[in-house]
Design a protein around this ligand. Structure first.
Ligand code: N01
Length: 574
């Protein structure tokens, strides 16, 4: 548990977030008899909800446990100003029910956080999911008893749940993190984290505000906070590439055309690396065309908006540094052209990583914001934040900034944080925190060797975070559902990843990453934002299309690399 992780236990938050120091272990001695399930699902976001729907459809007794006071996961918690998805909503939505996707109307090209949360609640009602979701319930421990062949999960109130299978749908960016700055508790103003935003919103009117962090969250909120604050200081450690979103109202004709071809479009999207359709696959290297042609192509993509479109300009932008340099420099020049103060423009132009190797941001008026008189960019790479004091913030070099409010857009303990917060272990001595001490180990991002009957949705080692997330969620949950149906059909009741298959998969994930430019960036993909976290490339970047075919082939070969057994008979025979 890294210092500075935040405990998401606030309900209708009005209080300041609490820095969490340890996982409480409740006393279960007076708890009622454990609830018995076929499948316990951890998380009530997009993944947990679809798992409830899909697994319940198999006739299984399931229940999802959600720490929040509402469903929606990421979209429940991240309510900061300007929060919206950076994948177009006609793509970023469930595909499992054609009537649902035909009927739901997205008002804008990119869904806002309130709109996406409304959609998730609509889905929960439409498919009657709420009766199998328990809110305000954090799972703090999950222990597997090998002899009993069952998981026992413990909640933060001491309730125990027994389940044959456990599906971890706890999210990849769900453990918000505030850097371990000295003096935060002494700060007299209010402070906020993007991932733990008060439900009633925050009015920054007339306040001196500091935003720390310039990733996707910072880039989205900064233009809006700048319009409210009397002065906004943005504390930037690393400049990030951001492209214009070109958001706008949903055009009726565009929606009509998309919906007329929805199933074909979903199938076409599944045949792409990012699971996002509508972009012609590139056919040439950036180095195969003249400078003029290349710049014209980048300009067209810049005008079109969206990150996938830009990265799809040429075949090799994420694998060839020289090619990438052309795309990176084009955007740097755009930034220099937008920002009127030369020094600020140069600070905002990223030079430490190839474009696309950190999550590419999408914005509305981000760079233009720095032309406002009430906005100042502070370079905390050359002069890091030393401490937070009662009235503001001080840097190592002695600069002082008087602030009424501080916003931490400092990200998450990504991909492993949520599972490492839960005490996951087995009666045969396996302990997930120990197993992952050197970085996450999984087979296909779906299972962890030594932890039978525990599935992970879009976990490390899977392409999830590098794709249209809902497509990856559906692919994983469908795979898990088919697997459980397979086990049941054969009278089997235990599945686990073999250590050899896990080890081969981890090697493959690393080899694929090393054949790209991704490892050149200090991103949360390698845990670089968490001091002391082992530097391991966590997502699978071989592409959703390739990965899905591989998962399907593994299943078709009788779940190659997994060990499938029947425990009940073994016990009877004993
Ligand atoms: O977090 P981040 P995020 N001193 O980790 C800085 C998804 N998402 O919440 O790069 C000073 O990207 C840190 O600096 P550095 C999306 O997948 C999606 O913005 O470590 N600064 C960085 O600038 C995204 O990638 C959407 O040097 C410090 C920032 O804080 C992911 O969530 C919207 C610091 C953290 O950036 C996470 O995005 C929002 C320190 N001590 C999020 N520590 C959409 O769909 C950290 N930083 C649009």
């Amino acid at each position: 548990m890294p210092a500075g992780a935040l405990q998401r236990t606030l309900k209708e938050d009005t209080a300041q977030p609490q820095i969490k120091t340890e996982t409480p272990m409740p006393d279960a001695s007076h708890a009622p008899a454990p609830r018995a399930l076929d499948v316990a699902i951890v998380g009530g976001g997009l993944a947990g909800l679809y798992a409830v729907h899909r697994l319940r459809g198999l006739g299984l007794k399931v229940r999802a446990y959600e720490a929040g006071s509402g469903i929606g996961g990421t979209w429940f918690w991240n309510r900061y100003p300007g929060a919206r998805c950076d994948v177009e909503s006609l793509e970023y939505s469930y595909s499992f029910d054609n009537a649902l996707q035909q009927e739901w109307q997205w008002p804008e090209r990119y869904g806002t956080q309130p709109e996406i949360l409304k959609y998730i609640n609509h889905v929960a009602d439409r498919f009657d999911l709420r009766r199998d979701v328990q809110l305000d319930t954090r799972i703090v421990a999950a222990h597997f008893d090998s002899d009993g062949n069952a998981w026992t999960l413990r909640t933060d109130s001491g309730e125990e749940i027994q389940a044959r299978y456990c599906v971890m749908a706890a999210g990849n960016l769900s453990t918000p993190r505030v850097p371990d700055f000295k003096g935060l508790s002494a700060f007299k103003g209010k402070w906020y984290h993007s991932g733990l935003w008060p439900h009633e919103g925050v009015d920054f009117s007339g306040l001196r505000v500091g935003v720390i962090g310039t990733g996707s969250s910072g880039v989205q909120m900064i233009p809006i906070i700048a319009r409210q604050a009397s002065h906004l200081h943005v504390f930037q450690r690393t400049a990030n590439f951001s492209l214009p979103a070109r958001n706008g109202p949903m055009e009726a004709e565009r929606e009509r055309r998309h919906k007329a071809e929805y199933p074909e479009r979903r199938r076409a999207a599944a045949d792409t690396p990012f699971a996002i359709g509508g972009h012609p696959k590139p056919t040439r290297s950036a180095l195969d065309v003249s400078d003029e042609e290349r710049n014209a192509a980048y300009e067209a993509k810049w005008q079109e908006g969206g990150s996938i479109s830009y990265l799809y300009a040429y075949t090799d932008l994420l694998v060839n540094k020289q090619s990438n340099d052309t795309a990176s420099e084009f955007v740097r020049n755009k930034i220099r052209g937008i920002v009127t103060d030369k020094r600020t423009g140069e600070l905002l132009a990223p030079k430490d990583h190839p474009i696309g190797t950190k999550r590419l941001c999408l914005d509305t008026g981000y760079y233009e914001t720095y032309n406002r008189d009430n906005v100042t960019l502070v370079d905390v790479r050359s002069d890091p934040i030393a401490e937070i004091a009662e009235t503001g913030l001080r840097t190592d070099g002695g600069q002082r900034f008087a602030l009424d409010a501080i916003v931490f857009a400092t990200g998450f303990d990504a991909m492993t944080g949520a599972l490492r917060e839960i005490d996951i272990r087995t009666s045969t001595g396996a302990d997930l925190r120990a197993h992952w001490a050197g970085g996450p180990l999984t087979y296909l991002g779906l299972m962890v060797s030594g932890f039978p009957n525990m599935f992970v949705v879009t976990g490390p080692g899977s392409p999830g975070v590098k794709t249209q997330m809902i497509a990856s969620i559906e692919q994983h949950v469908d795979w898990i559902a088919d697997c459980l149906a397979h086990l049941r059909g054969r009278g089997l009741d235990r599945i686990e990843a073999s250590p050899e298959a896990e080890s081969e998969w981890v090697k493959h994930v690393n080899a694929v990453a090393d054949s790209t430019l991704y490892p050149l960036a200090n991103s949360w993909y390698v845990g670089a934002n968490i001091p002391g976290k082992p530097r391991v490339f966590m997502p699978y970047v071989g592409g959703y299309d390739r990965y899905k075919r591989h998962c399907d082939a593994i299943a078709a070969k009788g779940y190659e690399g997994f060990v499938l057994t029947r425990q009940e008979r073994a016990l009877e025979d004993a």
